[in-house]
Design a protein around this ligand. Structure first.
Ligand code: AMP
Length: 191
């Protein structure tokens, strides 16, 4: 299996680049944000609880997202590999992911971290909010809260992978195709 973590603050372009990577490398997409929105859509108890936090721009508890990922890994044991998008977002999530992958005799090959500065992120998210229909993209204070959560709780996860020699920083500003090319160079060198 070839497993990668696509990392970066909200608005860094993870969704866009995930689609490109999946199309080229045939990986299975696991986005905890998408999984949580599907729970909300289905009106489950988990979805109802998560919605309150998501609407406030706060991370949902680690055990909720770890449980969702564990289920998806179990259901897709024969995948070519996974692209983790928006997960792990805390150090305990990263540790849990390593332990889960070990169960299937596999591991993370690399973390691709998209680098985009804060003002650009806020501009992109406000623009996305006009078409995405996502309530958490509609309000500038909420967007700032999500970026703050990222800086406080999620940014340290890059260091976790750096210590394992698996972190690759990619400039996330500029043409989508050029950013994808830079990602491919890293992925091709590791496959
Ligand atoms: P995203 O679609 O990745 O931007 O996620 C939207 C929201 O879902 C976040 O602001 C969090 O409230 C929640 N969320 C998604 N993934 C995670 C995660 N790995 N850990 C905790 N909360 C998450």
């Amino acid at each position: 299996m070839f497993n990668i973590v696509l990392f970066g603050p909200p608005g860094a372009g993870k969704g866009t680049q995930s689609s490109n990577i999946i199309a080229k490398y045939g990986l299975t997409h696991l986005s905890t944000g998408d999984l949580l929105r599907a729970e909300i859509q289905a009106g489950t108890e988990l979805g109802l609880k998560a919605k309150e936090l998501m609407d406030a721009g706060i991370l949902v508890p680690d055990e909720v997202v770890i449980g969702m990922i564990a289920n998806k890994l179990e259901a897709n044991q024969h995948a070519t590999g996974f692209i983790f998008d928006g997960f792990p977002r805390t150090i305990p999530q990263a540790e849990a992911l390593d332990a889960l992958l070990e169960k299937y005799n596999t591991s993370i090959a690399c973390m691709i971290s998209l680098q985009v500065e804060q003002n650009e992120l806020i501009k992109r998210l406000i623009a996305r909010g006009m078409t995405s229909g996502r309530p958490d993209d509609q309000n500038e204070d909420l967007i700032k809260k999500r970026v703050e959560e990222y800086l406080n709780k999620t940014a340290p996860v890059a260091d976790y992978y750096n210590k394992q020699g698996k972190l690759y920083n990619i400039n996330g500003i500029g043409a989508i195709e050029k950013i994808f090319e830079d990602i491919c160079k890293v992925l091709d060198s590791l496959q």
